[in-house]
Design a binder for this molecule. Structure first.
Ligand code: FES
Length: 199
């Protein structure tokens, strides 16, 4: 495609990412999905990570690494999205209004740009453990019949819903962090850059 054929938003993103030495990777996914391998130099620099989300099936969670941190990309099913309104009474900050550091697109019940795809830093906001996935609802989760699906931190018992919103009366003080990210196309996102530029 000629440069004239590229829309201005995509051209701007390409300019940002090429200047930062764009790389991407995926590890420890459920299932394991490999995107692109990063160079050690790019990893160390905390460069933005481009991720192909096109092969993530509904209900699956892909883990990628950004700045040495796990970032989860969960493709939520309609049933998963339905739970987000139903569990609000159990949550400490259902509107994500407490933590003003969060990007504006984290301040809705889906906490995402597109409701179907949740993008979250997979680190507990209490003392930094990595919460376990408890995506399935009900007793199979080990968290009781009423569990709607979400994440459970095994270190001190914090619970988060399928938007990474923290439950009431647990040690974690805030919702899980939503990193800056932008869609480059319907099937590709870049983590570390949003409309305000690189994080
Ligand atoms: S580190 Fe997650 S609950 Fe303490």
């Amino acid at each position: 495609m000629s440069e004239e054929g590229v829309n201005p938003r995509r051209r701007r993103l390409l300019a940002i990412t090429s200047g930062l030495g764009l790389v991407g990777t995926a590890f420890a996914a459920t299932p394991f999905v490999l995107s692109m391998m990063p160079s050690a130099r790019a990893k160390a620099s905390g460069a933005p990570v481009e991720v192909d989300i096109g092969k993530v099936e509904p209900g699956q969670l892909l883990t990628v690494e950004w700045r040495g941190k796990p970032v989860w990309i969960l493709r939520r099913t309609p049933e998963m999205l339905k739970t987000l309104k139903e569990d609000e009474n159990f949550l400490a900050d259902p509107k994500s209004s407490v933590d003003s550091q969060q990007p504006s697109y984290a301040q809705n019940i889906a906490r995402s740009i597109k409701p179907e795809y949740l993008v979250l830093v997979g680190i507990c906001t209490h003392l930094g453990c990595s919460p376990a996935q408890r995506l399935e609802a009900g007793a199979v989760s080990g968290l009781g019949d009423q569990w709607p699906g979400g994440f459970f931190c095994p270190c001190h018992g914090s619970k988060f819903d399928l938007s990474g919103r923290v439950y009431k009366n647990v040690p974690a003080p805030t919702n899980l962090e939503v990193p800056p990210y932008t869609y480059m196309s319907d099937t590709r996102i870049i983590i570390g850059v949003d409309q305000k530029g690189a994080a």
